[in-house]
Design a protein around this ligand. Sequence first.
Ligand SMILES: Cc1ncc(C[n+]2csc(CCOP(=O)(O)OP(=O)(O)O)c2C)c(N)n1
Ligand code: SF4
Ligand SMILES: [Mg+2]
Length: 293
Amino acid sequence: MEKISYSDEGQFCSGHVACAGCVEALSMRVILNAVGPDTVGVVAPSCSAVILGGHPMSAAKIPVLHGTLESAAASASGIKRALLAQGRDDTTVLCLAGDGGTYDIGLQALSSAAERNEDILYICFDNEGYMNTGGQKSSSTPLNAATGSTPLGKVTRKKNLIEILAAHRIPYIATTSPSHLSDMAAKIEKAKAIRGTKVIIVLIPCLPGWGVADNAAVKTARLGVESGVFPLFEIEDGVRYTMTVDQKNQPIDAYLAEQKRYRHLSDDARNKLQAEVDETWARLTAMVDNCPL
Ligand SMILES: Cc1ncc(C[n+]2csc(CCOP(=O)(O)OP(=O)(O)O)c2C)c(N)n1
Ligand code: SF4
Ligand SMILES: [Mg+2]
């Protein structure tokens, strides 16, 4: 088991209102500490907005603007430009949003910011559904997963947001997971040092939304990485793909077994899901192998 080595600067306070056992709170702690105190945050309506809470009771030590679901990246762009106008070039603007606020409702704002290469660090907490409003499906929800609005399982596959972002040729895109906290801290520190639009997608197994046991979110995230469902990699300038963790050493079954949202799966549906994971993995490894220098 990995032992994380990072310094906790107290950027994330206890007493927040995340579900007990939520790995979004754990990830937020690592991210806020890695990004440091010279940071201004923007948070879209989502579990992260609920977890952080409002001033003066916020769990974050940094100032945070609560924006709208459509406009987190636009708000972050504006804040960055205002800071630049004040000569504060080094202040990081950190944008926090869920998958609904990123893959769906805020995608136009994120795409526009990426096209302008705004100097923002955008974190998507990807719990694969609209969780703080009761667990409806988003375009990040995977094929066959049951949600409040797809009780028999989603009939379409998860949107490949990473390839959409790569097409913008932004300087840095990465995936990370609360099962690999050193990888997470390292990617935040790397992204912080890069100028331009950086997007990091964090896998968040959601306890009520996925039907995961209160003590099993880290284990579920690890199984997601090891089965290749959620590979950990980075893309620089939209073209240079690098795997950052040795992974995909087992089929998807142990990952699925931790979650009630897949308990209705037939053998055929399970095989389709495995085939999709294998195909996506092959596509990704080809991108890594054919990476330009
Ligand atoms: C335009 C708009 N539609 C709907 C809402 C209501 N709403 C607030 S948070 C949320 C869910 C967001 O889901 P996601 O971004 O995945 O975050 P999560 O709750 O899963 O952390 C919704 C639908 C809203 N605030 N704005
Ligand atoms: S609903 Fe899910 S993501 Fe939101 S606080 Fe609870 S466990 Fe965390
Ligand atoms: Mg979500």
